[in-house]
Ligand binder design. Structure first.
Ligand code: NAI
Ligand code: OAA
Length: 313
């Protein structure tokens, strides 16, 4: 079988960490691209990751580059380039700067890998995924954003800590935009099948929901500079793995809605089935009135950010 190829655009914290995690799983050969500033730090990171491979028993190549030609024929391309927020900022404050960066990257990506699947991480990620979709000319199933795997992982972590149970036994589903309006679906959250509403009181659940919604800001404030990267990178790799291995995993991801969940023409977090074609299908859940209202509110917030995009779209 020919080796798969993942290109990662942006060799900052999230990009280089994703390269390390994907390489440590032996998922694919990796090209780490950064066209901003000197190539040296990217080369240093790629070399460092390569030198971990003998220890981790993996046989993959990691190449640093500032030339998109090296991304040619990628199966998956992750977009992580752009600025991150600082304490006191919202993700939406990044929209103007990051739109230009992701659109420029997209033009180059599609030129060299017309058949790839693109995973977008750059914030504000729902609107950036929309901008990449428009700039790519791809069918919407081949442009996907990352938020739900991360938001759900945060939610699962807090539930596991509160109940002192193995985090691997906690399931959940966080839908909606990657912001304060995200929608953790408590009815679909369980510990080995036992609904969490049977295991903890409402006040504890509310505290966990609030902490999940502020999960990114909590880390931004603690770091002082930059934002989270270990869990975001792991989340992107989880998605890439399902695409590369054609696994049909059902994961929450930012997908284009065409009437599903009563929304149309936007990118927002919903459960999807991910395989070699990208989003094979959207898994529609029967939401309660209250859940649908919360989802609609989140969709309105995402729409407002999409509408603020510069008119190249
Ligand atoms: N969707 C999600 O769940 C998450 C999204 N993010 C977002 O991902 C993005 C990247 O975060 P980090 O990797 O931590 O940031 P970083 O600052 O460590 O890396 C960003 C990379 O983008 C490149 N870059 C910066 N300005 C550029 C420009 N004008 N043109 C081309 N490249 C440029 C830099 O060279 C740098 O390597 C941010 O927008 C951040 O908010 C971060 C974590 C989670
Ligand atoms: O909070 C941020 O700016 C980065 C991010 O999206 C996250 O960690 O969820």
């Amino acid at each position: 079988m020919t080796k798969k190829k993942i290109s990662i655009v942006g060799s900052g914290f999230t990009g280089s960490t994703a390269a390390f995690i994907a390489a440590s799983k032996g998922l694919a050969d990796i090209v780490l691209v950064d066209t901003y500033g000197s190539l040296d730090p990217t080369t240093g990171k790629a070399l460092d990751i390569m030198q971990a491979m003998p220890i981790l028993h993996q046989n993959v190549d990691i190449k640093a580059s500032n030339d998109y030609a090296d991304t040619k024929d990628s199966d998956v391309v992750m977009i992580t380039s752009g600025i991150a927020r600082k304490p006191g900022m919202t993700r939406d404050d990044l929209v103007q700067t990051n739109q230009g960066i992701v659109e420029a990257a997209t033009k180059e990506i599609v030129k060299y890998s017309p058949n790839c699947i693109i995973i977008v991480l750059t914030n504000p990620v729902d609107a950036m995924t929309y901008a990449v979709y428009k700039a790519s000319g791809f069918e919407p199933n081949r442009v996907i954003g990352q938020s739900g795997v991360l938001d759900t992982a945060r939610f699962r972590t807090f539930v596991a800590q509160a109940l002192n149970v193995a985090v691997t036994d906690v399931t959940g589903f966080v839908l909606g935009g990657h912001g304060d309006t995200m929608v953790p679906l408590i009815r679909y959250s369980s510990v080995s099948g036992v609904p969490i509403a049977d295991l903890m009181d409402e006040a504890t659940i509310d505290t966990i929901i609030e902490r999940t919604r502020n999960g990114g800001a909590e880390i931004v404030n603690l770091l002082g500079t930059g934002s989270a990267y270990y869990a975001p990178a792991a989340a992107m790799v989880d998605m890439a793995e399902s695409i590369i291995n054609d696994s049909n995993r059902v994961l929450p991801a930012i997908a284009y809605l065409n009437g599903e969940f009563k929304q149309e023409g936007i990118y927002i977090g919903v459960p999807v089935k991910l395989n070699k074609d990208g989003v094979e299908s959207i898994v529609e859940l029967q939401l309660t009135d209250e859940e649908q209202q919360a989802f609609n509110k989140s969709a309105e917030a995402v729409k407002a950010t999409i509408q603020s995009l510069k008119s190249s779209n």
